[in-house]
Design a protein around this ligand. Structure first.
Ligand SMILES: O=C(O)CCC(=O)C(=O)O
Length: 282
């Protein structure tokens, strides 16, 4: 099967359940990611727009580093100037989003791709304004950010609120890279207390594949696939994504027992201890 054989179909929904096909399940298992079309209806996406934009204008109160620029680590300033606008745990700060259609449909997808016993771990917003060529999301594997557990099953559902393409900074995946051990990562700026991003290097000849998707589509990726995204070269189009990460109930329980919630305000010692656990993994 080529990378695109399974694409192009209209998604099928049964209420708040999205029906994942066998081909899509196989693609996720083999390549570490999958593109699912028309997961949310236009009406459902439209209900997210005004709240998302209120977050982007800084009108929804968000604590400390949970509203930040993922490129520089800046926070507490006017988010209009951020290269990659990031809000961690938006449903904590806007509780009316809890249980929304995306959250429920995403859970159904996570259990079809990964099996039963999946739960929401965290959500986040990641947006790039037009003309921000510096809005580059560094190559990484999500597992490098997280604790190591026996059951790492992960389905990270990345919903596009704008059509995305290489021009405005869509996601790019290195197919099958989840089948290797997690690679060594290093802090992008050397100081994780100031800037959260971890980065790993591509090997010679490796070329991640850009995945263009439409508003209302999602990509789902696992914890091991190497991915990142380029800057936004479009002069007109924003690139707004809303992300729900589902992991196994046991893993989330272990994270919370450590005090790890995916907030960038988590105790620095906890964040360091999570990194410490990761070091044995790389
Ligand atoms: O939105 C992006 O460009 C990166 C998102 C990402 O790395 C993730 O959701 O794991």
């Amino acid at each position: 099967m080529t990378d695109t054989d399974y694409l192009g179909r209209m998604g099928t929904r049964d209420g708040l359940r999205y029906i994942v096909t066998q081909a899509e399940r196989e693609h996720f298992a083999q390549e570490g990611y999958v593109h699912l079309s028309s997961v949310l209806t236009e009406d459902e996406v439209r209900t997210l727009d005004p709240v998302y934009d209120a977050f982007m204008r800084g009108e929804v109160p968000v604590a400390g580093k949970d509203l930040n620029d993922m490129v520089t680590g800046e926070h507490g300033t006017d988010p209009a100037g951020y290269a990659i606008f990031n809000v961690m745990l938006p449903r904590r700060y806007y509780p009316q989003w809890q249980g929304n259609a995306f959250e429920q449909v995403g859970h159904s997808i996570a259990e079809q791709l990964c099996g039963e016993g999946m739960t929401l771990d965290f959500d986040q917003l990641l947006a790039k304004q037009p003309g921000r060529e510096d809005a580059v999301f560094a190559w990484h594997q999500d597992q490098a950010y997280w604790i190591s557990t026996d059951d790492r099953r992960t389905a990270t559902c990345w919903l596009a609120l704008d059509d995305t393409s290489p021009e405005n900074g869509c996601l790019q995946f290195l197919p099958g890279s989840h089948r290797e051990p997690v690679r060594p990562h290093h802090p992008a700026t050397g100081d994780r207390a100031r800037q959260h991003t971890l980065v790993t290097d591509l090997r010679p000849g490796e070329a991640p594949i850009p995945i263009s998707i439409r508003r209302g589509d999602i990509t789902v990726h696992n914890e091991g696939v190497l991915h990142g995204s380029g800057g936004n070269r479009s002069t007109t189009s924003r690139r707004r994504a809303y992300i729900y990460a589902y992991r196994s109930i046991d893993t989330v329980r272990q994270e919370r027992a450590l005090g790890f919630t995916h907030s960038h305000n988590d105790d620095q010692q906890v964040l360091n201890s999570v990194d410490g656990l990761l070091a044995t993994d790389s």
